[in-house]
Design a protein around this ligand. Structure first.
Ligand SMILES: [Cu+2]
Length: 426
């Protein structure tokens, strides 16, 4: 569990915020508060307690402890508020990490910060005076549809049942995803990764990594909200007649021909089929496709706008391709096949043909397994100078196993919104 200090460091970077719920969560009334203990089922993206009862208008002390390997929060809501809260969280993008995924919308009764593994927080608040069922959810991206429960508020004097624990009613992530309609933030699972060919973000990687292709191209600016190109008025230089022309600007830096793979919130990576190498890996989410696909599910508009990277990087490639020698020609991608561990990439450098798999760990680090298909020549993995402290190369049968330790970075910032004219209907 040597990733824990990194998680903690990461969260201390996030500025402390006073969310609106904090004001509501103060000042317990007279009398002993009802004590509720809330835990997380490690790795399952679920609260251990799925239902608890409280008396209306009475003080409550809820202790939320996160014993999981992922960050989580707990947001207690008025029943009618849930759709608006989830919708607001989905548009928070990377700003969410700073705001603990607690959106500024009405109907939040109490909320914890985003707790790093091993952290806990005590919420004290008065239960609503109105009887009813009040949902609580974790709003960390991808969690709310399985990580949820309900606080039942009972009239004074009514019998309170003992808390209900999560048990046999296990909702599979894939099934929940199928019903949720969140196709713009797709997620696989740790065991069953999700593979997507996409134009991927370039988080300012070392230019030496892109020896064989560039990043970023001029593109027409596309507005995902209206699904129209953004245009501006311009006078035709010859006729003087005003007309609408598309706004063309340098796209955000992005990698074409990338293969993005997601193992659930725990681990994602981008493998580049031009350079035939792993470019970067991250944790805490996958890609938000809204800026690329537009708002409507299936409205695929490849306008060279870059999906948002959700979460934080734990590895970035640097330097020359580790398996290539300086005299080698550019690598040639030969495709991939799905194994139970995820995709196995196949590529050629000169006369050598390699197979490569990325094997993630749920807590810290990952391994790159490389085998050479043609020829018995010994494999050499040239460790880049930036990797020497965190990478270990071991010879394996017919190949190499290269172990990487997590090197967590602060959460990715969303690209700055250009101040451009609003799109106009043609
Ligand atoms: Cu969570």
């Amino acid at each position: 569990m040597n990733s824990l200090p990194c998680f903690l460091t990461l969260l201390t970077l996030a500025p402390a915020i006073l969310h609106p719920a904090a004001a509501l969560a103060q000042a317990p009334a007279k009398g002993e508060p009802a004590k509720v203990s809330m835990k997380v089922l490690p790795g399952l993206i679920k609260f251990e307690t799925t239902r608890f009862d409280v008396t209306a208008g009475a003080p409550v002390e809820l202790t939320f402890s996160n014993d999981c390997v992922m960050p989580h929060n707990l947001i207690l809501l008025k029943p009618e508020a849930e759709p608006a809260v989830i919708a607001a969280v989905n548009t928070m993008g990377l700003e969410g990490m700073e705001k603990h995924f607690v959106p500024d919308v009405p109907g939040i009764i109490a909320a914890t910060k985003l707790l790093a593994p091993t952290q806990k927080e005590i919420l004290t608040f008065n239960s609503p005076s109105q009887e009813g069922e009040y949902p609580y959810v974790c709003t960390f991206p991808g969690h709310w549809f399985t990580m949820r429960g309900v606080m039942r508020v009972r009239a004074a004097g009514a019998k309170l049942e003992s808390p209900q624990k999560s048990g046999e009613k296990v909702v599979k992530v894939e099934d929940a995803l199928k019903n949720s309609g969140i196709s713009h933030t797709p997620l696989g699972t740790f065991e069953k990764p999700f593979v997507m060919r996409t134009f991927a973000p370039d988080p300012n990687l070392d230019p030496a990594v892109f020896k064989n292709h560039g990043v970023g191209k001029d593109a027409v600016k596309y507005d995902p909200a209206t699904r129209l190109d953004i245009t501006q008025a311009e006078k035709d230089p010859t006729t003087g007649v005003e007309r609408q022309v598309p706004v063309v600007r340098k796209a955000e830096k992005g990698v074409a021909g990338a293969i993005a793979v997601n193992h659930g919130p725990e681990f994602s990576y981008v493998w580049d089929s031009t350079e035939c190498r792993l470019l970067y890996a991250w944790r805490g989410g996958f890609l938000d496709m809204n800026s690329y696909w537009g708002k409507e599910p299936g409205a695929f508009r490849p306008k060279m706008y870059i999906p948002l990277l959700m979460g934080y990087l734990v590895y970035r490639a640097s330097g020359a391709m580790p398996l290539a020698e300086s005299a080698d020609p550019a690598p040639l991608f030969l495709g991939y096949r799905m194994l139970h561990t995820g995709p196995e990439f196949r590529y050629q450098i000169g006369t050598r043909i390699y197979r490569e798999s990325i094997l993630p760990s749920i807590t810290d680090g990952f391994k790159v397994k490389v085998t050479q298909e043609s020829g018995p020549a010994a494999l050499t993995w040239n460790v880049s100078p930036a990797d020497t402290a965190s990478v270990k190369v071991q010879p394996e049968k017919e190949g190499l196993l290269v172990s990487f330790k997590d090197r967590p970075e602060p959460p990715q910032s969303p690209p700055a919104q250009p101040s451009e004219p609003k799109s106009k209907k043609p």
